[in-house]
Design a protein around this ligand. Sequence first.
Ligand SMILES: C[S@@+](CC[C@H](N)C(=O)[O-])C[C@H]1O[C@@H](n2cnc3c(N)ncnc32)[C@H](O)[C@@H]1O
Length: 489
Amino acid sequence: MESICPIDSLCANEISALLTPPSPLQVQEYYDKLLSARKCSSVIVKQDGKFGKGVYAAMDFKEGEFILKDQMLVGAQHSSNKIDCFVCSSCFRFIGTVELQIGRKLYLQELGASRSHGCDIGDLSNTSEYCHEIDSSDGEDSFMEREENTGECASGSSEAKVRLPEGVVESLMNGHMMLPYSKEFSLPSVVPCPGGCGEAYYCSTSCAEVDWNSSHSLLCTGEKSDTACREALLKFVKHANETNDIFLLAAKAISFTIVRYHNLKASHLVEQGKYDTSCVSNHCDLSVLLEAWRPISMGHKRRWWDCIALPVDINSSDESAFRMQIRDLAFESLQLLKRAIFDKECEPCILPDAKLVIYAFIDLVVASPVEDYFLYIDDLTYPEKEEADKITKPILDALGEDYSICCQGTAFFPLQSCMNHSCCPNAKAFKREEDRDGQATIIALRSICKGEEITISYVDEDLPFEERQASLADYGFRCRCPKCVEEEP
Ligand SMILES: C[S@@+](CC[C@H](N)C(=O)[O-])C[C@H]1O[C@@H](n2cnc3c(N)ncnc32)[C@H](O)[C@@H]1O
């Protein structure tokens, strides 16, 4: 099948350099530096040759003890989840107030129900650009929609919900209505994107700054951005939302690399005493590009279209056609992105071969304060509960069963993605009461001795042997942990 976006032969060497896995020495240096920069002395990353790299305890841990927090490198909330949860675009903490979370969701729910196009949510937060359109214009689902589309906006489901009296939703959203005991659940104030896009919001100016400097400066569609770029970006986002929102995360990874490249190049020039950058060549400096790409390359596996699990509704005899189709889809997405953020020096990392590797992406989850709020109300005793219920019960009925949806997305966690799987793991990713953002927290499931490998389970380890292996096939490997070796028939 002809590629929509053939690889530019001029960049072939650079692309091949970007796709070459880092050497064991580079991997070791990278993780030693990362752990030291994070002042994390509880673990080390090393490569023992059995399953590649792994994470090892640098001290003893007791059962239930905190091992580490892993800050994501890039992450994105699922498009469909943006309707249910209003979170910081950088750390994924819930923002605003419990009332705003509820009012906004109800508003969008109503809008979804009143429009045959599901979740086109209009101007409220401009998130319509991020939303899957359920009724695509040609009426056909793509493979990717069938495979990945969690899809329907949860809030826009056809389930009949009880409507609130007119004006209540608006009062919740604009802060005129306070719910009983909501002060117990205070959230950070909403900080809009400094570029004025109305799509990204933050929990603090520092989060806004981190996101801007990491990738959003290239992906912002605000008024300050160039009109042509803005239109190209909007087309790219629309395509991603209609096909697969993983492209939005890939765009963040590419933008992260481009921004890093220019920062690294500038600091190298300063080190060399060349303060006047106007006369510096704008040719790609491959060694700098490789350095900029390094953090992403640590999660590099195979190309996305080669390793994505075959959807259940695709016959295995159609597998190659399926892979060609998603590869072409990826090329299409990339062409759109290239128009929006084209950068001559970083061209090799915007080409499809370099972009569409899979980065050991892991689910990102943050619990909803709305759930905590209603649980709190439920736990009140008479007469406080009766009083509170008069106000909260109609709201809960209007929200329906999905009142407690958590923030969901996908992210690349550099340390968690080094943790090997075991069907008898000694640790797990676990959100404690205080873990209110998108960082991953790892907790010991039993006592762990210094030097022992820290393992987590990628699947339900209580399943029978064959079912565990079948689930792990989706991750592209056959488990050889001690439990599986023992149970192997
Ligand atoms: C998320 S990565 C873990 C880090 C990985 N070892 C590395 O070098 O990047 C998962 C990969 O590690 C290997 N792996 C992890 N646990 C394994 C196990 N129990 N049995 C066999 N291979 C395993 C597989 O190749 C799997 O695709």
